[in-house]
Design a protein around this ligand. Structure first.
Ligand SMILES: NC(=O)c1ccc[n+]([C@@H]2O[C@H](COP(=O)([O-])OP(=O)(O)OC[C@H]3O[C@@H](n4cnc5c(N)ncnc54)[C@H](OP(=O)(O)O)[C@@H]3O)[C@@H](O)[C@H]2O)c1
Length: 339
């Protein structure tokens, strides 16, 4: 017999001061309820911290939830209860990765109520941490990479290149033999990427950054850039890339407004500045293409071609420590709550 309650990390309110927001998270008991007719109850194995969670805690994200709430947009676990309208023979006991941006309790809890459209089957061969990080970043990298393929770019530019999205972009670029120009903000991250075989790495604080970016972008014919940073770096990328380039903004890590785009390049050089959002990509992608992406990404992980780097697993009561470790060394890998 299951208990009547389960443990969850509860945020009483968001706070622009991240340290205060983190310190206000408490482990509390939540009561189980009946799953809604189209819901699945998942017994969680693990759930990660992502930049979107950090932005959410600071009220700096597009998803808003009624407070108090359980944060967490992603995770993995096994289905233990099935809503009346769903096929329990199909769902019960299935291991799934989940992704939800709804205004409801999230994944930083021992149990998570998910809509059927918010889960993906995931192989038992993946560790809990790999399964818990399967949905958001690998599929984001896949969706972004499709843009480079459609544009027939011979090279891509990735900033915040020590990130997990970047790991998957790098793996896809290797598969498709596309050159990569990687941009990072720390020397140590540059060294790690070079040791992994990434040939073109620039550190954004290099005094010659602009001239190196311009000459490499032109030499490699890098006409697609994936920008997770925003702020002044968006303008640098846009202005210094060759004609006919597209900068795709998919993150706002700098916390600053996109800045400095040269209007003449926009008008006369056939350049584009666009945005990417995983939810929209999923909505626009047909079921067959999505399943191809799912299977390929799962194979890349089970074959150890790429994996999501994990720096630490923490228990629910250690959530504040885990979040602090994550935000101080994001390139070191994900911190994952292990239930
Ligand atoms: N649009 C979408 O649908 C979508 C979906 C998934 C992810 N994303 C975005 O993708 C990006 C990467 O996510 P992730 O989970 O892969 O990240 P992650 O693995 O947690 O790593 C974050 C990376 O960003 C770097 N970084 C942090 N702040 C930075 C700044 N101000 N300037 C330059 N670099 C900075 C970190 O470097 P340090 O080690 O130097 O801190 C680290 O390498 C995030 O912006 C996230 O929001 C967007």
């Amino acid at each position: 017999m299951r208990n009547e309650t389960y443990n969850a990390a509860v945020l009483s309110h968001t706070n622009p001061n991240l340290v205060r927001a983190i310190l206000s998270i408490e482990v509390q008991q939540k009561k189980f309820r009946e799953p809604l007719p189209n819901e699945l109850l998942i017994k969680m194995e693990a759930a990660p911290f992502n930049p979107s969670d950090i932005a959410f805690l600071q009220d700096n994200y597009n998803v808003k939830k009624q407070m108090p709430c359980v944060p967490g947009f992603e995770g993995a676990g096994k289905i233990v209860e099935v809503g009346k309208e769903l096929d329990s023979g199909f769902w019960l006991g299935k291991r799934v990765s989940c992704f939800s941006q709804q205004n409801k309790d999230g994944t930083w809890a021992e149990y998570f109520y998910a809509g059927a459209h918010e889960v993906l089957p995931v192989s038992d061969k993946l560790s809990a941490a790999q399964a818990a990080t399967f949905f958001i970043n690998p599929f984001t990298a896949w969706g972004l990479f499709e843009i480079a393929l459609q544009r027939e770019s011979s090279a891509i530019i990735i900033n915040a290149a020590g990130s997990r999205v970047a790991d998957f972009l790098l793996a896809l670029a290797r598969m498709h033999q596309l050159e990569v120009l990687a941009i990072v903000r720390k020397e140590q991250t540059a060294k790690t990427l070079i040791a992994q075989g990434v040939r073109h790495v620039l550190v954004e604080s290099d005094p010659d950054f602009n001239s190196k970016l311009q000459s490499l972008a032109h030499e490699l014919k890098a006409t697609t850039a994936f920008d997770a940073v925003g702020g002044a770096q968006s303008g640098q990328l846009f202005n210094l890339m060759p004609s006919d380039s597209e900068v795709v903004l998919y993150g706002g890590l700098s916390g600053k407004a996109v800045d400095g785009l040269n209007p003449l390049s926009l008008i006369f050089d056939n350049k584009m500045f666009t945005g990417f959002n995983l939810n929209d990509w999923m909505a626009e992608t047909d079921a067959v293409s999505f399943e191809v992406a799912r299977q390929t990404l799962e194979e890349l992980l089970t074959d150890n071609v790429v994996s999501t780097k994990i720096q630490q697993e923490v228990r629910l009561p250690e959530i504040a420590k885990g979040l602090r470790n994550y935000i101080t060394a994001m390139s070191q890998g994900k911190v994952v709550i292990r239930f």
